[in-house]
Write a protein that binds this ligand. Structure first.
Ligand code: SF4
Length: 117
């Protein structure tokens, strides 16, 4: 059973969302492997570069970036504060890196669609 299936099973069986939340944060210290992470980052850079080449904006406003940051930091079990990364298995991105901050890139989205914009 994959981690996600396991979590869904536990969520369906459990009456305590805290237990599921705890297990999720434990399990998802296993972010995507290095190859998948490299693919995700490369895809994000490609999307951003395409926009930049065609003269479209690549960054969101500071307000949007702050709203995204708040969603991650204030209630997501996949947020990893030690290095400000999203540990969701479909992401693994650096959310607040100096060179690459997912919160700031207009092309990027939360893998769970939790962000307002
Ligand atoms: S990007 Fe989405 S899944 Fe990842 S930490 Fe933020 S809210 Fe959670």
């Amino acid at each position: 059973m994959t981690s996600l299936k396991c979590l869904r099973f536990l969520r369906d069986q459990s009456e305590s969302p805290d237990v599921v939340s705890y297990l999720a944060s434990y399990l998802f210290k296993m972010q995507p492997g290095p190859l998948q992470l490299a693919r995700n980052i490369a895809a994000a850079l490609l999307r951003t570069t395409r926009r930049a080449i065609t003269g479209q904006p690549v960054l969101v406003t500071d307000e949007v970036a702050a709203a995204r940051r708040q969603v991650c930091q204030k209630g997501c079990q996949f947020y990893r504060p030690s290095d400000s990364r999203c540990a969701h298995p479909n992401c693994g991105c650096f959310l607040a890196g100096k060179l690459l901050s997912k919160w700031k890139l207009i092309t990027e989205q939360c893998p769970l669609k939790k962000w307002p914009v």
